[in-house]
Design a protein around this ligand. Structure first.
Ligand code: PNS
Length: 187
């Protein structure tokens, strides 16, 4: 019998507890679940694609039937490429429904045999979104309990002014070292 493979596409910038809740639920009903991060050069993400891959790989390491990948272009094309018959998406509140319905129906128009499966995350995550997590963290609020600890640490690393200053200094030092070495070579 063929494997029942699903993709769970999204931006995951950053992954939240709501995403992980859905991954856990999805891993129980599909033989294989591919968490597929959209590589979108138009957006200005907080975390790079490779940072999001690293976080999601660490966070889903315990699920033997979950893997993390990246894609660009159409979701339906990517689903076909990995042999998926379903697209998993989360619906939190009624407000998600219209956008999700549009996407699901457009994907159905493009690839009728691909089914979109909606699952609801736990109620406690029903107001949670990556956008709100980014906003709260950027404005210095606590996101404890909303994102996994690893993501919380990484957010702190990204947004803590002291950390950012240290990062700036080290990149500045690196650049001036390269400049000096070029000048030495020329001389
Ligand atoms: O986490 P997000 O940002 O809500 O995820 C949106 C995503 C990645 C699922 C959606 O933007 C998408 O499928 N993009 C790929 C391009 C595509 O297939 N567009 C047509 C879908 S209707």
């Amino acid at each position: 019998m063929s494997k029942n493979i699903a993709i769970y596409p999204g931006s995951f910038d950053p992954p939240t507890n709501g995403h992980l809740d859905l991954i856990e639920r999805g891993s129980k009903i599909f033989d294989e679940l591919v968490v597929a991060i959209l590589r979108n050069p138009d957006k200005d993400p907080l975390f790079s694609v490779s940072e999001r891959v690293a976080m999601l790989e660490a966070l889903t390491g315990d699920y033997s039937n979950v893997r993390v990948d990246t894609f660009d272009g159409l979701t339906v094309e990517y689903a076909t490429k990995v042999g998926a018959s379903s697209v998993l998406r989360g619906i939190r509140a009624l407000s998600d429904y219209e956008y999700e319905l549009q996407m699901a129906l457009m994907n159905r128009k493009l690839r009728p045999e691909l089914e979109t499966v909606f699952m609801m995350p736990a109620e406690k995550y029903s107001y949670l979104s990556s956008r709100l997590v980014r906003e709260v963290a950027q404005l210095g609020g606590s996101v404890k309990g909303l994102v996994p600890e690893l993501v919380e640490q990484n957010l702190r690393g990204k947004l803590d002014p002291a950390y950012k200053l240290a990062e700036f200094k080290s990149s500045h030092e690196e650049k001036s070292e390269t400049r000096k070495s070029r000048q030495r070579k020329k001389a």
